[in-house]
Write a protein that binds this ligand. Sequence first.
Ligand code: AMP
Length: 545
Amino acid sequence: MLSGISTNNAYDYQLLIKHIFNTPIVYNPDQEIVYRGEKRFSYAEFKKRVQRLANLLTDLGVKAGDTVAVMDYDSHRYLECYFAIPMIGAILHTINIRLSPEQILFTIEHAEDDVILVHHDFLPILEQIKGRLDIETFIAFSEDGVLPHTTIPLQGEYEALLAKSHDVFNFPDFNENTRATTFYTTGTTGLPKGVYFSHRQLVLHTLGSLSTLASAPKQGNFNQGDVYMPITPMFHVHAWGLPYVATFLGVKQVYPGKYVPDLLLELIDTEKVTFSHCVPTIMHMLFNSPKINSIDLSHWKVIIGGAALPKAMCEEGLRRGIDLFTGYGMSETCPILSLAQLTPEMLACNPKEQSEVRVKTGRPMGLVEMQIVDETMQLVANDGESTGEIVVRSPWLTEGYFKDTKNSEHLWHGGYLHTGDMAYRDAKGYLKITDRCNDMIKVGGEWISSLELEDILNQHASVKEVAVIGISDEKWGERPLALVIVDSLKPTTEKELLLHAKEFIKKGIMARESMLMKILFVENITKTSVGKINKKELRNHYKTL
Ligand code: AMP
């Protein structure tokens, strides 16, 4: 603060989540928050429920600096926790419910959780690790308001406890750098690693995302007229931070609970959902549901992230009238870094040409600096070809891994956050990830992108799903192995798929070494706890092939 020009009584406005809660862009007290089409709350009721939750937790002894964990599906309850817990100065730990009980125990202990709010479906997990849990306070979420039977010592059922709590709470001011959230990345190696974000980071991520999404003239836009439904789990990177953006915008929000393809489609239809985000695996599930053909999706905008958007999926989405485009980020980055929105000129192009851009990794959002560098941290040329690692600076990156100095230093070496993703940048500023550093395949000295090979195979009509990994080879060092799930109505052969890939080699899109690819037809492809292809597991499984 400059001495002599400050006013004693001037309000020292800290960037706190309570300001997103208190000052939505639209004053919309009657706007709805819907759960599975079964329960509806107005924003006015939501505000009271958040204040009741704050009273409930503080009455139970939760204080600033304590950690409150949540195990739930995507719900209005989770949204209430997104606000009430950080706003009382505590830390929200969003537990990844798809981890094994041992890994969940590890994250609960490592995050030093004090209280757990748990959906009754996940009580059996806690029962398994009960003897080793050093926690006294548990609150149950139940769908029917009934207290579940369990050996876990519950304080009570959420709705009943909320009803007994006072609906006014005066949320305090504190330093904007206070930790607000934490969760664990499953990563590809070692134990889960904890990342953490402050109030300031979450507020700036909300504003940064909103400014990039809301300022798009037509395509890839999120605005006050939209109806929002997340389809990325709320335990994973704050559902990409978009529940905060939606609340700040004051739009109708729809929470789908446990993901069931037909219910998701029904909600899109009946609640008139216009804005969502998901990983390609979920979109794949929706495209495979027969129900999709009876639904008008021409008003639906969807960010696809967490993994590359396959061109074939993008084209199918466009055929169905969906505005599909890529978003990129990672657990360590809050998460959103870039979006593949189209310029107005590109919107005039045909769907095939548009897809070329929509599947790119996108251009950095405001306040995000993304560099592509070689091993010595020198910038590579923006020529649409030269690849290097993406390194980042922005106000919303985790400052490190919780209680893990060594990995934190590695993450931030050279003063930039290292994403571990290889990419190139074209002349228009769009980045395109070619692979995770560890997933590139080196065939006879030539680097081959597993993602590009997947994309090419995905464009064959018989291919339902594909994963490409490197397996060791005496002669070539490594060679690609494509694990392919075939559409049972359109059988194919290894020879036919290789001929298909050869077409792309002829066009100069793929290196010749790609033809050394071995193809294996499989029934299923292992996924991680957040629905991505688990390449580490697949490499392990097929290493002796
Ligand atoms: P996670 O921390 O589990 O969210 O995983 C982050 C990683 O997912 C990134 O480092 C990328 O490797 C990958 N990823 C996320 N978004 C994209 C995208 N749009 N295209 C390709 N890979 C992506």
